[in-house]
Design a binder for this molecule. Structure first.
Ligand code: NAP
Length: 468
């Protein structure tokens, strides 16, 4: 895949970049290793100073970097600005909280004595150079939610970003450099996915994190398994959105529109499968359909656009195939179901709801990465939970109910890394983020995220020898 900015709203190539050669990659690996040698010894105060400076710079750059993201991958510019603001917030959150999250831990005194020690503690030390393989859909956020904790923990980062967002990737390197991070603490590698294995196998790379598709995750995990290197994988999702009889149907339907179409429908944690109790199905379907129809599809640089183009022609074609397969097998489009009229230049797709889904349809099991919702009618909670779990994925889940019994049941039984009641899934620096099943393993954000790339070290002191 060429490394280039291709405007998804027009199909026009705006800027192309050469792939970095072996010598340049080697130079960057060596710089990263040297940087880690000294950066690892810095204290939280110094790291926080640099991270906070990066947050301030990002705030100042917000409009420019938002426009760049929109031109590279098509998200509405208003959402791009919000993404940049969220990144600055995460940087500040980790600058403030990392010292407490990584504070030394002292085991129980009885256990210390029982181990034969005079004293003991657990310390969190950085692992080293971490390679981050990242996707284009939230081109700033995916990187920052890894980089903020990694840098606060004392690690250094190499970024292999998606090939269609090279300007955002280079911006990130420049941001951390301007913030004052020593040379080599955060570097971008302009390489294709075929160049990842060599970097992963390099002895100077200690660990890797990948956010992206299942095949990419499998490949990185297999190579790192072979090398015995730590990985975190954040992969696809097909999150269920349960609407139960006691739900506030109006709010559930309004939120459903945003939950499905945020980021032009290209979010791993977007609600994708809408599983609705038969008592409220008709009311929900009517309002959800009206909300989807009202969305404004158009130029993502315009302030009032709700839905821009999909990021690539391939992505639009894949989505179109999934819808066509479902409709051929009997699904009914309540709205959308194709490309918008008169918008032939970019890779647009109309917000779509498909009802009457059956298990033989590809869309029942595959992830829809675009503004297409599938709608299911269920008779009771048992059927809703079974359907929600009938997916290879397990990223997050959403449930609308006012019943304590429903809540307890869903927390116990939904196979996902998150259960969000009466609202939509969203990430926040304070809460762990990640999935189970084919959605990956490990967690980002919160204390769980920052500890993923730490060497959790036991420090044990035997009794001092007595003088006699
Ligand atoms: P993708 O093809 O897997 O690309 C993601 C990154 O992996 C890119 O940098 C890509 O590089 C690289 N890559 C692709 N194949 C690779 C391989 N075999 N070895 C090493 N690196 C490889 O993902 P996508 O389809 O563009 O992105 C959408 C997917 O990401 C969806 O499934 C979505 O759900 C998932 N996602 C998950 C999360 C989460 O947090 N769980 C968040 C966002 C997105 P190139 O661009 O050079 O190919």
């Amino acid at each position: 895949m060429a490394i280039a900015t291709v405007n998804p709203a027009t199909g026009e190539t705006l800027k192309s970049f050469g792939v970095m050669g072996a010598e340049e990659v080697e130079r960057r690996l060596a710089t990263a290793e040297t940087a880690f040698g000294s950066y690892r010894t810095t204290g939280f105060q110094e790291r926080a100073r640099l991270v906070l400076r990066a947050a301030d710079l990002l705030d100042a750059d917000r409009d420019d970097i938002a426009r760049t993201m929109t031109l590279e991958m098509g998200k509405p510019v208003v959402a791009a600005r919000a993404e940049a603001a969220k990144c600055a917030k995460a940087l500040r959150w980790y600058a403030e909280h990392a010292p407490a999250l990584l504070a030394d831990e002292e085991p129980d005194q009885d256990d210390i004595r029982d181990s034969g020690a005079e004293r003991a503690r657990v310390v969190y030390r950085p692992l080293g150079v971490v390679l981050a393989v990242m996707p284009w859909n939230f081109p700033l956020w995916q990187v920052v939610r890894f980089a903020a904790p990694a840098l606060m923990a004392g690690n250094v980062a190499l970024l292999k970003h998606a090939s269609n967002v090279p300007q955002t990737a280079l911006y990130l390197e420049d941001l951390f450099r301007r913030a004052g991070f020593p040379d080599g603490c955060f570097q971008t590698l302009l390489i294709g996915s075929d160049g990842v294995e060599k970097v992963l196998r390099d002895r100077r790379v200690a660990a890797a994190t990948l956010t992206g598709s299942e095949p990419a995750g499998r490949s990185v995990a297999a190579i790192c398994g072979d090398e015995i290197k730590k990985t975190v994988l954040e992969l696809g999702g097909s999150d269920p959105y349960l609407v139960l009889p006691s739900a506030d149907v109006g709010r559930a339907a309004r939120t459903a529109v945003t939950a499905r179409t945020q980021n032009n429908g290209q979010s791993c944690i977007a609600a994708k499968r809408f599983i609705v109790h038969t008592d409220v199905y008709d009311a929900f379907a009517e309002r959800f359909t009206a909300g989807m129809r009202a969305l404004n599809v158009g130029d993502p640089l315009k302030e009032d656009t709700d839905i821009g183009p999909l990021a690539s022609e391939r992505g639009r074609d894949d989505l179109e195939e999934l819808v066509e397969d479902a409709v051929r097998k009997g699904a009914v489009a309540l709205c959308g179901g194709g490309r918008p009229d008169g918008m032939d230049r970019g890779w647009f797709y109309r917000p779509t709801i498909l009802a009457d889904i059956t298990v033989d349809m590809r869309i029942h099991r595959e992830e829809t990465f675009g503004p297409v919702a599938t709608l299911y009618r269920v008779r009771d909670l048992d059927e809703a939970v079974a359907l929600a779990n009938d997916t290879p994925f397990g990223l997050s889940s959403n449930v609308w109910t006012r019943e304590a019994g429903d809540i307890e049941r869903c927390v116990r039984d939904l196979q996902a890394g998150g259960v969000f009641f009466n609202g939509m899934t969203a990430s926040h620096p304070a809460f762990p983020f990640g999935g189970v099943k084919r959605s990956g393993y490990g967690r980002e954000l919160s204390g769980h995220g920052i500890r993923e790339f730490c060497n959790v070290t036991t420090v044990w002191h035997g009794a001092e020898p007595s003088d006699s």
